[in-house]
Ligand binder design. Sequence first.
Ligand code: SAM
Length: 270
Amino acid sequence: VKDRDDELVEHVRRNRTAWNVAGAKYVVESDDVLEQVRDGQWTLLDEELQLLEQVLDRAPVVVHLQSGMGTDDIALAANGAALVIGVDFGEVTTRASAERARALDRGDAVTYVVADALDTPLTRGCADLVYTGKGALMWLPDLTAWAREAARLLRPGGHFFLYEAHPAAPLWTDDPDEAGLRADVDYFGGRRENDTFPATAIARFGDDDTPAAVEFQWPLAVVVNALLAHGFVLVHLGEYPEPFWKPRGHAAAWDGRLPNAFSLLARRAD
Ligand SMILES: C[S@@+](CC[C@H](N)C(=O)[O-])C[C@H]1O[C@@H](n2cnc3c(N)ncnc32)[C@H](O)[C@@H]1O
């Protein structure tokens, strides 16, 4: 167990270093993103708004695990959240997100904590809604610890929401004319060195010692079962052809026939 724990800690450490270096991108682009948020270019997806409508109507306290560039935090506050606490281990990113929230007069409703999403310093039961996703799960080496922390943060009866890349998406090839399967990706598990983002930002802002981030492959059943094992009741599971992010151009596999994103709404049992 100790070897396994050491390995998990090492993965989190390595990913934190990679993401902190890549965070420079968010600082460089911060003013542009500020204008884009003002223009209404960064909103929650229609599917998210539909699924979260009733929860957001009750002015929830939201904990956003792996809050990243923070645009969803502004959108959650704009759509009814009383308070959004973004949790991300990226110091550079969270600082840029906090500054942007203040510049948008959302400083009272959006705040940040620099921490590991698997082990946050937040109080048990502090959240009405734990929100996460859009490129979050693939960086986590342990979904049991993740589901346990989400359950700990939620008050009884509180909601958990995930909108995430579908675990099948890494299998699709980039051929724009024909859908195909990559031979080097295993749907059911494994890990791989990141070569998209944050790798592109590391090439720009990092040095030779900056490690590549590690991506983990979590099948849908593993995600769902991790939550069910920690006292969650499944409310909704959705699969969508449209990816929330198109890292490799637009492949034929993305033209409506294959899953590229999924949503999950669950409730913590009372
Ligand atoms: C692709 S970003 C997506 C985040 C967010 N959904 C967004 O739209 O920006 C992934 C984020 O996860 C964060 N991250 C990765 N592993 C983490 C961990 N163990 N604890 C906290 N944050 C983590 C990274 O710093 C990064 O900001």
